[in-house]
Design a protein around this ligand. Structure first.
Ligand code: SF4
Length: 254
């Protein structure tokens, strides 16, 4: 894990064509906060039906975290049980657009998450993994679509960014910046430029750069964020959390 906290030292030239390492063998059990079927609320997959597997536990404490209920507790389930539940909720991998997301908490603190992702991909699911970016993503199966945060200063966790993960991202993957204020936006724009992420969007070696304002009164005015983006000319995609528009910010399991 890098302790770097500013965007001023670019990583080595990305090598997005390098496949991620083969998956590690995983534990047969995972600790699960919830498994549910809903509408994907974020990323380029927003709006599609998706089954979510939320793993328990996270070593970070982002100032604006909206899933603190996943930090503790949960229920121990075997990978077989998890797969069966995903099949039940989604209709199985033979349904059209069988989308499943492994999330948390931070899912990649669990060895078994890598194995679960591989098994679901083997069975025909399109697998998304949402990660804070603090853990090594290289062992993930190359079929996985990674949605990786780069933590902005306003999160209080910028020192947890594992910058070498950028080299393991490929054309399937997306980078998300959660913006708490204008200082976060300015940091984001500098990271995108100094790390060459804008060029990777242009050449197709990265799928998307997502800009997500912190929800509600704790976050910036979305109109301001839209203006900052337009003025920057950067190839980023602004998003708000669709599930919160539909069901409200406090509802779990949606
Ligand atoms: S990484 Fe995600 S789950 Fe962990 S504290 Fe940050 S927002 Fe919450």
């Amino acid at each position: 894990m890098s302790s770097q906290s500013t965007p001023t030292s670019p990583s080595p030239t990305p090598s997005p064509e390098t496949p991620r390492s083969p998956p590690s063998s995983g534990a047969p059990f995972l600790r699960i906060t919830e498994i549910f079927h809903s509408i994907q609320g974020e990323s380029t997959w927003a709006g599609l039906p998706c089954t979510f597997v939320r793993l328990t536990g996270c070593p970070l404490r982002c100032a604006w975290c909206d899933t603190e209920y996943s930090f503790h507790g949960g229920e121990r389930q075997s990978l077989d049980e998890i797969e069966a539940r995903v099949d039940d909720l989604s209709g199985g991998p033979r349904t059209p657009a069988p989308l499943v997301e492994i999330t948390g908490g931070e899912p990649l603190i669990h060895r078994g998450a890598f194995e679960l992702a591989r098994r679901l991909a083997d069975r025909g699911y399109r697998v998304l993994v949402e990660t804070s970016g603090s853990e090594d993503i290289a062992p993930l199966d190359p079929r996985v679509h990674v949605i990786m945060d780069l933590k902005c200063p306003g999160s209080g966790e910028v020192a947890r960014n594992r910058w070498e993960n950028l080299d393991a991202l490929d054309h399937l993957d997306e980078v998300k910046f959660v913006i708490a204020d204008q200082a976060d936006w300015e940091w984001t724009a500098e990271v995108i430029r100094t790390r060459g992420l804008d060029r990777r969007i242009a050449d197709g070696t990265l799928r998307a750069l997502l800009i997500s304002p912190v929800w509600g009164a704790a976050g910036p005015d979305p109109e301001d964020v839209a203006r900052w983006i337009l003025e920057s000319g950067l190839p980023v995609r602004m998003q708000t959390q669709l599930h919160k528009h539909i069901w409200g910010a406090e509802k779990k399991g949606v």
